[in-house]
Write a protein that binds this ligand. Structure first.
Ligand code: ADP
Ligand code: MG
Length: 233
């Protein structure tokens, strides 16, 4: 019965996420549609047209960023919970984030043990990418991004650390609060909220520490499972 309740709780988190995505993306779409309709129905100067087109494109970019920080995934059921190879998952996330790291002259170092967890690749990728993106954004003019895992019998600890601009105590307590961002219109304030929800879904825990002008450290612990071969991975 407990397990059932737990699964129901997880489904609730996911459907909540999905409905927030549609809500967030609908706003920019509504704005764009309104402008297009106005341009169709109203005579206006080329200058005015351009102004509305510019706002529309900005809104479309905004929708894109929101989808990026959130996610567009199918509802997970027991069926699409899979055994994830942590090493492979990290390799994939790092491949994705490499171009962004290069742009900021950020060096990535890794020390990742072979180990397996139960989850959904798409969700786990979203979680990693949101954290890694934040770390790189905190180091606009070079820095080091370190990714490490440590394993004990029951848990794997994922430690992601940057030496970027860090956070004040006030900022640190607000991290993960919906719409909390220090990046102005460039931020959504949805990335860390999504991270926290996904960690919950993986039955994990997250701990964040940060020091202004020194850097930030994310520690996530997740239950490990046996590998496909039936051995403890
Ligand atoms: P966004 O990145 O769109 O601002 P997030 O939810 O991803 O939204 O992050 C919220 C805020 O937390 C950021 O605006 C930033 O102030 C802070 N933050 C998150 N990660 C880091 C980090 N690695 N270093 C410094 N600040 C961070
Ligand atoms: Mg972010």
């Amino acid at each position: 019965i407990n397990q059932k309740l737990f699964e129901a709780e997880k489904m609730k988190i996911v459907s909540h996420l999905a409905s927030s995505v549609s809500h967030e993306v609908r706003n920019p779409l509504t704005v764009v549609r309104g402008f297009l309709q106005m341009m169709e129905q109203t005579e206006m100067s080329r200058y005015e047209q351009k102004k509305f087109l510019k706002i529309s494109m900005d809104e479309i970019d905004r929708a894109n960023i929101i989808i990026g920080d959130y996610l567009s995934f199918a509802k997970p059921t027991e069926q699409n919970m899979e055994i994830l190879n942590l090493k492979k998952e990290f390799q994939r996330a790092i491949d994705m984030i490499k171009p962004m790291a290069n742009m900021n002259s950020v060096e990535i170092t890794t020390k990742i043990e072979s180990c397996y967890i139960k989850g959904q690749s798409q969700l786990f990728q979203q979680c990693l990418l949101n954290i890694l993106k934040n770390c790189i954004e905190a180091m606009p003019e070079s820095g080091e991004l370190s990714i490490e895992t440590k394993k004990d019998k029951k848990l794997v600890y994922i430690i992601i650390e940057d030496n970027g601009h860090g956070m004040s105590k006030e900022q640190l307590v607000r991290i993960g609060e919906p719409y909390f961002t220090t990046k102005g219109s460039g931020g959504t304030g949805l990335g860390m909220m999504t991270v926290k929800r996904i960690v919950d879904m993986l039955d994990g825990r997250i701990h964040i520490s940060s020091e202004l002008n020194k850097g930030t450290r994310f520690e996530i612990s997740i239950p490990v499972v046996e590998s496909e071969k039936g051995q403890s991975a």
